[in-house]
Design a binder for this molecule. Sequence first.
Ligand SMILES: [Fe+2]
Length: 200
Amino acid sequence: MGIAGSDRRSVVIKALSAAGFAALGLPDRSLAQPAELPATPACEGHAAATPRQTEGPFFTPSSPQRADLRSDGSGTLLVLSGFVLTRQCRPIPGALLDFWHADTAGQYDNRGFRFRGHLFADQLGRYQFITRAPGLYTGRTRHLHVKVRAATQSPVLTTQLYFPDEPGNRRDSLFDAKLLMSLRRAEGGQLGRFDFVLAG
Ligand SMILES: [Fe+2]
């Protein structure tokens, strides 16, 4: 392998972003700029597994497979991308990621699948999806829910991802800074990055 792991990841994330945004048909070309975001957490040979968090009461199994969770209505676009990695920082091709989160008004769709969907990491362990940033609901800071699994028989990592610079982070007892996405604003939305590290 000619490029060190972290450099290689930076390169492929850039490639992923340009191609991925185009594939998603984002209307705003300014969002199609390559995302230069730091890995979260840094994975430099050995890494701690991504912390587990409670599933909460609103998980619905058998979500549709899709990388576009945008739904009707408005709200800040969020493009989240990253890797699924082993603790040795090796990518896990084909890993399953199942996301669910509240809508922009802070409501979960518990009858259907708005803002719910699963996707698979590609052959380089990369994933990317687009959604609208969730709204707030009482008692919680802004967050995404996710389950990640390396393969069908593998243990499931259930956790939550958090947004930087949210006032509610300080008041939410579940908040864990290790689960903060890297996030930057782009015209028309936000670009996020989070790398999952699976134990075992
Ligand atoms: Fe939640």
